[in-house]
Design a binder for this molecule. Sequence first.
Ligand code: ADP
Ligand code: NA
Length: 326
Amino acid sequence: GSLPRVFSGIQPSGNLHLGNYLGAIHTWVQEQNQYDNFFCIVDLHAITVPQDPAELRKNVRDLAALYLAAGISLEHATIFVQSHVPAHVELGWILNCQTPLGWLNRMTQFKDKSQKQETVAAGLMNYPTLMAADILLYDTQVVPVGDDQRQHIELTRDIAERFNHLYGETFVIPEALIRPVAARVMGLDDPTQKMSKSNKAANHSIPLLGDLKATRKAMMRAVTDSGSEIKFDETRPGVNNLLGIYQALTGKDKATIEAEFEGQGYGKLKGAVADVVIATLEPLQQRYNQLTADPAELDGILKRGAERAAEVANATLLRAYQQLGL
Ligand code: ADP
Ligand code: NA
């Protein structure tokens, strides 16, 4: 078809949270009929830090179920596993050889993630070149991601432009799609830190597949501030975070929301946010439980997805090989 191409992915590292949902999956679902979409389960990225093999295998299938449960439709999207399409590793290596080390040294996510590891794998540093390969293989025009991925998409563009300049037109230059609302969901325990899978602090995260009573509790305990006005205001990150979540999930505009909460206390806001979060997660969890009950069906979807993805990816890989003289 002639619809613009979308590529995005999430690591099958378990514990997906509301940040992953609002920064990525929800945006994918909302816009899916405007694009020809490739949604990847990026298992090769997950192994840049240690993973338990049995858990990883389970997490891959579970993430496929989560994509579908959240509303990704196979009519608009190809869902597949990164390691099932070897072209990702092949182009990843090529781009690794084309990327100045200084560019990778500047990546803030590498700095953050490497500090949390006892032993830092070389793959953790090279992660962004594999991500560039993921995106470029599909002639991707649009990459819907959370705000924390902005720098990686910039790097992907730089790598593609440099390659095209040195070897001739090969890659489509992609653009990030980072929506203005809830692109960086913050931790409920500390609204100055982004909500993250690896942060295990109490009341930090809203897990997508967690117990919903616990979710309401965590929401009611969310750290705000000593003020009382309920306004979108970046200098009050706790309230701002809750309002952003509410806006993303209700689709209401800022003025409507501020009017709705005028004269109300923080307890009222937290309760309202908990209500919309739970109204989203309850049906998602029900669909997820149905889908995970049929692993053979999920495996079939992933097999067909990999076949379609490989067709597109192999054509791009061949172009890159030829340009390089390989
Ligand atoms: P994580 O960062 O939780 O390990 P991934 O690296 O797999 O997860 O990211 C998957 C997607 O979720 C990316 O598009 C990323 O930008 C988005 N994302 C992750 N954390 C957040 C957050 N706190 N707010 C908004 N989007 C987020
Ligand atoms: Na991330």
